[in-house]
Design a protein around this ligand. Structure first.
Ligand code: S3P
Length: 447
């Protein structure tokens, strides 16, 4: 079932070549951060190209509940009148972050060093996900979390009245945890330091600097060391949100699965902390050209021309996992249409996403006639080659947008249709997925 509504079953059928231009919407990670930092700045931030997916709309609503004025002026065009670092008001309602782990974890960080109390909840997927990974470091600042057993939502967070800055090494590669600590560090006096053993997406560091915070990043023997000087006055910005490389992954991989496809995907981020899928596709032999490299909204981007061609399974380097963590589901679907096996190691973080993505992909692929192997930290997909996937199954999306979209893409290249029990969650990150894919020639329908 989709978050709060009725399930929306969808079916994808074998399609002719995908052709045309896929203009994917704004980046989800950057959209959340633009709203939150806008709310913490003094004055008016303007945002162009904001992703209007449900996850981001829930963050916009939360920022209003904390006292910021958030206004939509037209498609993608938003303004946020911020209250300043430490200026959050105590919300008089429960903060419902819906399906969004990024939303809830970053907002908890942003309020943890202000002496207010807020209660957070989410949908059935979010309420199963671990929050201890953020409330543990937030407790070191002096905040107190009271949640369900296992550190789950619903949870009440009592912000620290006299916050102290912290030095924290993230125990898992997680940009959400890093960002929660940095956002909490904003209202702590002195320097907050986060060390990450493996680099994760760096949008918070980039955007904090853009808003005028002092942030330094160095590579040391233990990993990447990020130092933030607390209690800055954040200056409002004009933020142009670039397109989301994680959303672009769906039309790109679909074009690589459907014979004779040839599509153009403009403005895809080449940020080194986000581009792991694209490196992997090239290693598999994909015909992708990266045209017109340039900077957009402070991020390096290129236009992608993607043409179908035979692909070979590979062993994905585990150290690449953080830079493509959201792309493993669609890579697993694509791997089913490649020759040979694709080995994905070092991927246990997939077990705590919107669903257990190793399990959801493994069960769905098996139902579609694809042989897989898995363990706690590993997924291997034994490819059947182009046109080799039987399909003909209904798979469960487990309230997970990326599982739903991955199987709908695979359905375009399978011999028999693939039905997804609930495509409703797609609206959390890629609300125009269906019309965009249909515009390229994909046969995707609601039941
Ligand atoms: C995100 C970080 C990643 C990613 C999520 C967005 C972010 O989560 O999976 O979709 O915007 O910081 P983790 O930090 O848990 O790896």
């Amino acid at each position: 079932m989709s978050g709060h509504g009725e399930p929306i079953p969808m079916t994808a059928r074998a399609s002719g070549p995908l052709r045309g231009t896929a203009e994917v919407p704004g980046d989800k990670s950057i959209s959340h951060r633009a709203l939150i930092l806008g709310a913490l700045a003094v004055g008016e931030t303007r945002i162009a190209g904001l992703l209007e997916g449900q996850d981001v709309l829930d963050t916009a609503k939360a920022m209003r509940a904390f006292g910021a004025e958030v206004v939509c002026h037209g498609p993608g065009s938003w303004s946020v009148h911020g209250v300043g670092v430490g200026g959050f008001a105590e919300p008089d309602q429960v903060i419902d972050c819906g399906n969004s782990g990024t939303g809830v974890r970053l907002i908890m960080g942003a309020m943890a060093t202000t002496p207010i109390t807020a209660t957070f909840t989410g949908d059935a997927s979010l309420n199963k996900r671990p929050m201890g990974r953020v409330t543990d470091p937030l407790a070191l600042f002096g905040a107190q979390a009271h949640g369900r057993s296992g550190g789950r939502l619903p949870m009440t967070l009592v912000g620290a009245a006299a916050p102290v800055p912290i030095h924290y090494t993230t125990p898992m590669p997680s940009a959400q945890v890093k960002s929660a600590v940095l956002l909490a560090g904003l209202n702590a006096p002195g320097q907050t330091v986060v060390i990450e053993k493996e680099p994760t997406r760096d949008h918070s560091e980039r955007m904090l600097r853009g808003f005028g915070a002092e942030v330094s990043v160095e590579d040391g023997p233990e990993g990447r060391i990020i130092t933030l000087t607390g209690q800055p006055e954040l200056r409002p910005q004009t933020v142009a949100v670039p397109r989301d490389p994680s959303s672009a992954a769906f039309p790109v991989c679909a074009a690589l699965m459907v014979p004779e496809s040839d599509i153009f995907v403009p403005g895809v981020s080449q940020n080194l902390t986000r581009n792991g899928l694209y490196l992997t596709l090239v290693e598999m032999g994909a015909d992708i050209s990266f045209e017109n490299p340039r900077e957009e909204g402070g991020e390096p981007v290129a236009d992608l021309r993607v043409r179908f061609g035979p692909l070979q399974g590979i062993e994905v380097p585990p150290e690449r996992a953080a830079s493509m963590i959201d792309e493993y589901p669609v890579l697993a679907a694509l791997a089913a249409t490649a020759e040979g096996s694709t080995v994905m190691r070092g991927v246990k973080e997939l077990r705590v996403k919107e669903s257990d993505r190793i399990d959801a992909m493994a069960r769905g692929l098996e139902a579609c006639g694809v042989r897989i192997e898995e363990d706690d930290d590993l997924l291997i997909v034994h490819g059947l080659g182009a046109g080799g996937v039987p399909g003909g199954a209904t798979v469960r999306s487990h309230l997970d947008h990326r599982i739903a979209m991955s199987f709908l893409c695979l359905g375009l290249a399978a011999r028999q249709p693939i039905r997804v029990d609930d495509g409703g969650p797609i609206a959390t990150s890629f609300p125009v997925f269906e019309p965009l894919m249909r515009g390229l020639g994909a046969d995707i329908d609601r039941d």
